[in-house]
Design a binder for this molecule. Structure first.
Ligand SMILES: CC(C)(COP(=O)(O)OP(=O)(O)OC[C@H]1O[C@@H](n2cnc3c(N)ncnc32)[C@H](O)[C@@H]1OP(=O)(O)O)[C@@H](O)C(=O)NCCC(=O)NCCS
Length: 194
């Protein structure tokens, strides 16, 4: 399997934001943008892999600025990292006002895709050729993100497994919620000293 360059599969998708894409507030639906991101991630992932891919996780989706109807949305997507059967596609989303040519950087997201073989099982993807410092930095950043996420997930799982009723209930202090459910006797026993 020949290694492939980042440029081999890099894809830019530009779409005009038409009125039917608007939400009730008149801005473009976040879900529409997510769908375009998934589409471009699929295009990049499957071109690099040479087979079809599925989306496994999405990281970094934050819509910091609204996208307006009438703007030109561009998704610039490229492979940042490859594992064995998985690859990370980085997507930079920008939105351009056609009249003023002002360009807003909407967000950066990372889609983890897994290549599937004819048997529907994960299949190996070609290695990635890193041709400049940016590509090398992105690959390294992806390794770090994967490591940090694994550690955070393990920590969160531990926190959930160790739910301590009395201590953890304190986290609700000063939160904007009201505990209104009725507790049963078993639950009351947890708090009794006898
Ligand atoms: C993702 C999926 C292929 C993993 O299958 P699996 O049998 O657990 O396969 P493996 O354990 O061999 O993992 C395959 C790869 O997925 C990666 N992976 C699995 N779960 C992951 C997760 N939560 N986050 C990131 N990567 C993950 C593994 O690290 C591995 O990568 P590598 O081959 O580069 O080392 C399987 O869960 C799946 O098909 N999910 C449904 C995906 C889908 O249909 N998406 C569309 C949305 S509906």
């Amino acid at each position: 399997m020949e290694p492939r360059s980042v440029q081999f599969s890099r894809t830019k998708l530009t779409e005009l934001m038409i009125p039917s894409f608007a939400n009730f507030g008149g801005k473009v639906h976040g879900g529409l943008i997510l769908s375009l991101m998934d589409k471009v991630a699929y295009a990049v992932g499957s071109k690099h892999a040479g087979t079809y891919c599925v989306t496994v996780t999405v990281d970094g989706v934050e819509f910091l600025q609204p996208v307006e109807v009438g703007e030109l949305l561009t998704l610039d997507a490229a492979v940042h990292y490859v594992g064995n059967s998985s690859l990370v596609v980085g997507i930079k989303v920008t939105s351009e006002n056609i009249k003023t040519n002002e360009v807003k950087h909407t967000n950066n997201s990372y889609f983890t895709m897994v290549a599937k073989g004819e048997d529907g099982k994960p299949t190996k993807v070609p290695e990635l050729i890193l041709e400049d410092m940016t590509e090398m930095r992105r690959f390294v950043d992806a390794i770090k993100r994967i490591k940090v996420k694994k550690e955070a997930n393990a920590k969160m799982q531990k926190e959930q497994d160790e739910f301590i009723m009395v201590d953890d209930m304190e986290l609700l202090n000063n939160q904007r919620c009201k505990v209104e459910f009725k507790v049963d006797d078993d639950f009351n026993d947890l708090f009794s000293d006898t």
